[in-house]
Design a protein around this ligand. Structure first.
Ligand code: S3P
Length: 179
């Protein structure tokens, strides 16, 4: 039987990519990686510090290297940073090297889940709601462009979201392998 594809999670900050990805990997028997964690591991610096020193541009360059390397690995569940879809090269790697799920959350939900967070430089503003709205307006079409399926996460437990992704992934794998 052909090998099962990698699973890539995309979506905005606060959608639950890391938490859901970890559990998903366990259920699917794949290893779990997170592109932000990999950037921190490689640089030895936390994300706010990378933004401070190198700006968003510098962070995006590092993110691109990491996405290229991690999407090329095998048997992986990968949680990506919310801005990973901005670069066309990343979008090509994500949609070409695995099955992509877009974890969608409403602005209210995303705000609730990121409220006390100090680790996301883009949300350290007086008006995080306006920032999230602007980011979603720009990125929602890009998430949809790369996604094989959109998963709604509002008001749902991690367990229920994981269950839905597993079912949809297995179905897609079956169809793919039947071809
Ligand atoms: C970002 C999202 C963050 C992190 C960085 C930039 C973004 O990842 O990569 O702060 O541009 O949306 P999460 O989506 O895991 O919070």
């Amino acid at each position: 039987m052909a090998k099962s594809r990698n699973v890539f999670l995309v979506g905005p900050m606060g959608a639950g990519k890391t938490t859901i990805g970890r559990q998903l990997a366990e259920v699917l028997g794949k290893s779990f990686k997170d592109s932000d964690h990999e950037i921190v591991r490689r640089t030895g610096a936390r994300i706010p510090l990378i933004f401070e020193i190198e700006g968003e541009e510098g962070f995006r360059r590092r993110e691109q290297d990491v996405i290229d390397a991690l999407t090329a690995e095998k048997d992986l569940v990968l949680a990506t940073g919310g801005g990973a879809v901005l670069k066309p090269e990343n979008r090509a790697h994500l949609s070409g090297r695995g099955t992509v799920f877009y974890l969608f959350g409403s602005i209210d939900q995303l705000l609730r889940r990121t409220r006390r967070d100090r680790n996301r430089p883009l949300l350290q503003t007086d008006n995080p709601r306006a920032r999230l709205e602007a980011l979603m307006a720009e990125r929602d079409p890009l998430y949809r462009e790369v996604a094989d399926a959109v998963i709604y996460t509002d008001e749902r437990s991690v367990r229920s979201v994981v269950k839905e992704i597993v079912a949809r992934y297995r179905h897609m794998e079956k169809e793919r392998q039947a071809k």
